[in-house]
Design a protein around this ligand. Structure first.
Ligand SMILES: [Mn+2]
Length: 442
């Protein structure tokens, strides 16, 4: 696949966006990709027509025909991978996930006295313990992350998990951890993003942008013109789904946990396979973000994520700088506060209202915010690609402290890759009655 893209003269950024990315596939990118592929096919067809008369060009014709075929295959694959996977992700999984959330809600409504809110534990603010941040609306995914971390921790009682979800999933998430308390004395705090009241639209650019996008939507809806409702919905939803507060929450960790010095940020599509405590002791050389780098050859450089035709980007960043990944990051919160990096993030996010610096996602603003303040970690800490790359070696996976199912093929979906699924399912609490009822297909 890698060489196909460059051989066919297609931008490698498409490869990143359509096959490797952890963020939802952007319809606009898929459309652009389709347009370019169709353009390539057209040019190839024209050349064949022009060359038809001269017999000595047979070879060339055959080569062009092969190109048409290869490009078409790529398009079909991209559509399947992108649009189709998001379709499945949006329909079939939520069936089981919804079922689980509903059962948990039902349990809570049936037994209100069992689920009264408890006082926050002092451990939640104890800087001497090992703190984790997990931001997700997916109960089963979060339970796997926490369960795998606890099972592999030498002393679970020193580990504190700060789960933040949205208002809609708060009760379900709380009931889960009440019904299935974590083992070994580990500590779990569950909060809704709405409880962090400093995160409002006068402080957070993403929320302000969401509000103005919603205003635009109202304006579009009321406008009398010849667009159908579907077309309007397409236009407005395309922008807003990437601006979810839960996705951008990681940029506010120092303010959310003012007493803590370090926190380990984990995505909800990871599995922990080793004791991680060494991460809190690693020397970060006064840097803020400890992460594994993802570049190889010309791939996954800053130029793939940022628009280098913009003067501010060209001025400030090296296009060849190596990108790194979100998903397992050890953040030094003191250094973050000292360097005022949240202001940096706000600066870039404000400038990108018109999407002229980057298109979508949280990795581009992350790459900008933590440029020159990221310390590269040994690759065995965090092995990526289990959601799209079938050729990761099992040795590499076994050695990894954390494995990451970034990509479309999440382990809780029907389209998960079979060879990697078991590494996730072994941490699913399959004895839990609701998990059995809700058909997770384990
Ligand atoms: Mn992820």
């Amino acid at each position: 696949m890698a060489q196909n893209f460059s051989e066919l003269g297609l931008k490698p950024t498409y490869r990143t966006a359509l096959f490797e990315s952890d963020e939802p596939v952007d319809e606009e990118i898929l459309r652009q990709f389709e347009k370019e592929v169709k353009e390539k096919i057209k040019v190839a067809r024209l050349m064949i027509a022009e060359n038809k008369e001269s017999y000595d060009n047979q070879l060339k014709i055959q080569k062009l025909k092969d190109t048409i075929f290869a490009v078409n295959e790529l398009l079909i694959k991209a559509k399947k991978n992108g649009a189709f996977a998001s379709l499945i992700a949006a329909r079939s999984t939520p069936k089981s996930l919804h079922c689980l959330a509903m059962r948990l809600m039902g349990e809570r409504i049936a037994n209100p006295e069992k689920y009264r809110d408890e006082k926050p534990k002092p451990e939640f603010e104890d800087p001497l313990l090992y703190h984790y941040a997990i931001h997700s609306d997916n109960v089963i995914a979060v339970s796997v992350v926490v369960n795998s971390a606890v099972k592999n921790a030498q002393d679970p009682s020193k580990h504190v998990f700060h789960i933040v979800t949205d208002k809609m999933n708060l009760a379900a998430m709380k009931v889960w951890f009440k019904m299935r308390p974590v083992k070994g004395g580990a500590h779990v705090e569950v909060k809704a993003v709405e409880e962090f009241t400093f995160l409002n639209s006068s402080y957070v650019p993403v929320l302000r942008q969401l509000e103005s996008a919603n205003l635009q939507k109202v304006y579009l809806d009321n406008k009398v013109d010849n667009e159908t409702q579907d077309e309007k919905n397409m236009k407005s939803s395309g922008n807003t789904k990437h601006l979810s507060m839960l996705n951008h929450l990681k940029f506010y960790l120092p303010e959310m946990y003012p007493k803590l010095h370090r926190i380990l940020f984990l995505d909800d599509d990871v599995v922990v396979q080793k004791d991680l405590t060494a991460l809190w002791k690693i020397d970060l050389d006064n840097k803020v973000n400890g992460a594994v780098e993802t570049c190889f050859g010309s791939f996954h450089r800053y130029s793939h994520y940022l628009n280098f035709s913009h003067p501010l980007i060209k001025d400030k960043f090296n296009p060849k700088a190596c990108a790194w990944a979100f998903g397992m990051n050890i953040f030094d919160l003191d250094a973050w506060r000292r360097e005022r990096l949240t202001d940096q993030y706000h600066y870039w996010q404000d400038l990108n209202e018109d999407q002229s610096l980057w298109k979508v996602g949280t990795l581009p603003p992350g790459l900008m915010t933590f440029y020159s303040t990221t310390k590269s970690l040994d690759k065995t800490w965090h092995v990526l690609g289990l959601g799209y790359n079938p050729s990761i070696s099992m040795d590499e996976i076994r050695r990894a402290a954390v494995i990451h199912y970034n990509g479309n093929m999440k382990p809780w979906l029907d389209i998960a890759m079979n060879q990697f699924k078991e590494l996730w399912t072994k941490y699913v609490d399959s004895e839990m009655e609701f998990v059995q009822m809700c058909n997770f297909g384990l």
